[in-house]
Design a protein around this ligand. Sequence first.
Ligand code: COA
Length: 397
Amino acid sequence: MTDGLTLRTAFEGDLEQIGALLADRGDEADAEDLRLVVDDADEGLDAVMVVVDGDRVVSTATLLRESVTVAGVVVPAGQVEMVATDPSHEGRGLVRALMDEAHRRSADRGDLLQVMIGIPFFYRQFGYSYAMPIPLPWHVHATPAADADITVRAARLDDIAAMTALQAAAQSTADVRMPHSAGCWRWLVQRSGSTQLVAEHDGVVIATARQTPPDDGVVLGEVAGRADGIRSLVAAAGREGEVAVLERPVAGLDATLAEIAVAPDSPDRAREWFYARVHSLAPLLDHLRPALLERFRSAGLGGRHEVLLSSWRSHVRFSIDEDSMSDVVAGGPEQAPISKGGSGVPPDALAPLVLGPFGAAGLETRHGDVLLGRQRELMEALFPPLTSDLLTFYLAL
Ligand SMILES: CC(C)(COP(=O)(O)OP(=O)(O)OC[C@H]1O[C@@H](n2cnc3c(N)ncnc32)[C@H](O)[C@@H]1OP(=O)(O)O)[C@@H](O)C(=O)NCCC(=O)NCCS
């Protein structure tokens, strides 16, 4: 970099400074989170990047490993977390450089997507779009009575298998899902920034949730499991103050919550979103071929179709019929896809197209430069509205 600054992977000797920078610019618990990531066998020091000015750490970002399942297809992904710049070096492009490097590393290891939670707008400057809805809170007004047969306690490392199974069941109905990585489960059990809880009945873990510290009211997120277990988790959290429970696509959860909590108000107005980034559409669509073929078959469109999808500054082409889908071929700018029978979807609508709740047709009504043209029916079949459920290191609040 210029100005005598160096961008590199973190060294062990940087960790104290990185921890102090994260704590200063974010939350006290962030330094502990950094340590957990660095000490974990699946991530380690290599995940952490810094910009140094001499021997002083002035900016940092960490790239985590994730996998996002889209309609049954597992897509390797990256998540950038723990981003901060020292105030003395703000506004000099250090995070832009770190994000470029994170995206380069993510692509080099084969990731086809990046997903993250972050401050408003900022990450749109690095190719992210608001793609998937963040769950809204139900506000509990009647704390349920504790069930004498159910014990609520902090989770231990040996509960991870049970919690993983409960979360897999909870996510099973979502079209797009991101589980916690194995490493993330270990951090969640050990970190003090949130508490991982389990409800146990007859020695069996029947429900789980994650609880924030009771500073401004307790938030219970990532609830999963049996209704009686979830009620016991809410009852335990209620002893610490006001409780909000985050939405989840768990069967029967809305009915359970309806008895004790007020449903989210004006969901569409208040909604926040997970960021996602699709840098290169062709390899992602190639990878999603089994899902695209399945959607094509169930739409019953018949025949062989030549698909042209232009993102205006570049485009992809492939052909599809009930038996097969060709390789996806990428090309340069294509400014007249409609007259050629194709569709136009700009780069910042690609992640919402592949992951989001609106589908191609919904995006066309929302964006002036999403134009589906004569291919509309095919685009609606290939890119329907999707439900999603993402488990992230930091609870999306
Ligand atoms: C937000 C933060 C990480 C930015 O770091 P930085 O090194 O100053 O960022 P950069 O200089 O690389 O900025 C990149 C671009 O974003 C712009 N930008 C800087 N801060 C911004 C902000 N808060 N919101 C929106 N845009 C911002 C810059 O102008 C620059 O635009 P350009 O590349 O077109 O010139 C830093 O201010 C910080 O540490 N804040 C406190 C902690 C925090 O919020 N972390 C992020 C948690 S998700």
